[in-house]
Design a protein around this ligand. Sequence first.
Ligand code: ZN
Length: 380
Amino acid sequence: MSGKEAPRSEGLVGVALRPTGKATPSRSRVLNKALVLRTLFHNGPLTRAGLARRTGLTRVSISDLVAGLIEEGLIEELGTLVKGRTGKPGNLVGLDIDRHAIVAIDLSNTETARGRLVNLKGEPLQERSRAIGQVTGEAALTTVQRLVEDLIALAKTPLIGVGIASPGVVTPEGTVEFATDFAWQHLPLAQRLTQATGLPCHAGNDANLRALAEFTFGGASSDGLMVITIERGLGAGILLDGVLLQGRSFAAGEIGHLSAMVGGERCICGRYGCLETVLAKPALQRLGPGAAAPSLTAVGEAAAVVLAPIASALNLTDLVFCDPSELVTPPLLDAIGQAIAARVLPAISADLSIRISPLGGQSALLGATALVLSEELGIT
Ligand SMILES: [Zn+2]
């Protein structure tokens, strides 16, 4: 991946999440600002010399960039670092996480639209929600807009932007190509909310944003990460070789309707035995928390029919489930892991970690936050 792409305004398709390498002069300032912010986001406070070492930028460039970012209120002076015997003490600078806020919205729950005002670290400042189970079309959009406005009204600091984790197929511009539950088709969700609020609004598929959240907030690698969510049906988000995979029609990760077994239960898509019929929320709820080993083995086998070829073809390193732990239990993950291992080369399964997200039930909200951080500030 060359370093030519800007970290914002071009969506995330094919854009390295943490670009390296030289940029053209016109892009370099934007990229270098993003690099400084990203470095402080992940490392915590550093001196200007420390920033120069970690970013590979010159001391002069760092001083200039830091001055600009302090002016913008994105980073702050934090006083003197008292060093050991060697070297001069330096003034620490750090991300000013509370001078700006972000509005994050999660539409992945079937009943409730969740909203949160967060600081630049994704820490919650205020929370609001609105019922969304019974509304579709323009009414659903209006509900989302009202929720965004509720949170904007609560903000005590300037807002960087609004992020929406939406079900369905969503383009990099934030247009929902279709989301069946809301009866949305070709809905320019981000654009409509930008017009309504005057703030930069971004939208993405919730599974894709959950993958982004694992990378930005969960410490996951972007080498070969697949995140699976069973909140609405079953969706997946994939980060491969540092890039979010979206595909030609932005439908990459739509694996819920791949056939997991011959016959099987009838699926909402009209066919039988889809992965959703064995691994999504209703199926796991029927299975119950104390499911017997044979039942778990059967689910694991069916899941592996779909997941093993994907894990092998993409050489995945992390398969992360980000849903209620009472449904996705360690014994279930073991069953899936064993069934995958039986179907792929040992070299593939040895590198594959199957686990539950460390982000708890927050991954969609954190993903919406990560989208704004990425699009507006280049922080990934
Ligand atoms: Zn189906």
